[in-house]
Design a protein around this ligand. Sequence first.
Ligand code: SAM
Length: 360
Amino acid sequence: MARTIIPVTELRGPLAIPPARPLEGTALADPRGRTLRDLRISVTDRCNFRCVYCMPREVFGSDYEFLPHAALLTFEEIVRVATVFHGLGVGKIRLTGGEPLLRRDIEKLVAMLREALPAVDLTLTTNGSALKAKARALKAAGLDRVTVSLDSLDDATFRAMNDADFPVAKVLEGIDAAAQAGLGPIKVNMVVKRGVNDHQVVDMARHFRGSPHIVRYIEFMDVGSTNGWRMDDVVPSAEIVRQISSQFPLAPAQANYSGEVAERWRYLDGSGEIGVISSVTQAFCSSCTRARLSTDGHVYTCLFAQRGYDLKTPLRAGADDESLRDAVAAIWQRRGDRYSEIRTAATAGARKVEMSFIGG
Ligand code: SAM
């Protein structure tokens, strides 16, 4: 029988929101000097895939209890929180999940965010399964770009990894539809797990080079506590770059902006670029500017956090904008997270919040 897990926040309770401190200067910085720039919003903890490294079916089975609808932040609440974060320096918002396109009327949320925050960079990460149907509406609502997850071009490998028997061809159709709708340049995320899809690294590069899409290879991470992570399963980015470069020579490229998560590499023949995200072998905590809002309205200051701060309770109790702003500022001002810098086999086994709940 499948084991049921419940969100960590419910196991140990949320962290207490610290008292506000006066804001100094204009940019909100944590004690390590990291400014708050990005917000990832998980709009649902549900997904139609059961990727083995993210929502393994033996845990997220038919008896898994997802959040009840009333626990989810409403669109109005999400926009309100996003506006508070924007007022504190956030210029980039990513909708994620779970699978964000499963949230009913997601394009309405996009439109509401766009109206409230016209200048914000608004993006979404999706498994691509519903992208063909939704791409045009998302663009019309004001979405800037999408990132699409695709772990293999080999159909059997992909179906086994998503554990939902979902074919590669439909994700590729979704990518095409998104490009036609103007949601590019599209980033294609591939999580590389040794012995599972590492034989697909070069094929993926071959397929997308020469196109406007950018493949980003992600090291398999110890997010959550259900994916059975082991260091042996991680394929270091340096190895990925070596593999690709032996076929299609690569050279390092300048970061687009400071704090960019992916390290860029360009093809020497001018046929585009790839990115590598090395959260395990080259921690980038020191430049992390991201906060996360979970599906049920908790703020997390690290992807590997064990607990978050409950913003939904004050939100629903009628807190005004100023006190929400003070709460978020106080959380960020005390942020000490640097999990990837201190990761060990022991920390990897700790009970951390699941990625589907906090948002990837
Ligand atoms: N459902 C959407 C999707 O598939 O893109 C959004 C949510 S998903 C959690 C966001 C991203 O996190 C995906 O690109 C996924 O591959 C990545 N991801 C999930 N678990 C991971 C892990 N253990 N290590 C590295 N990346 C992971």
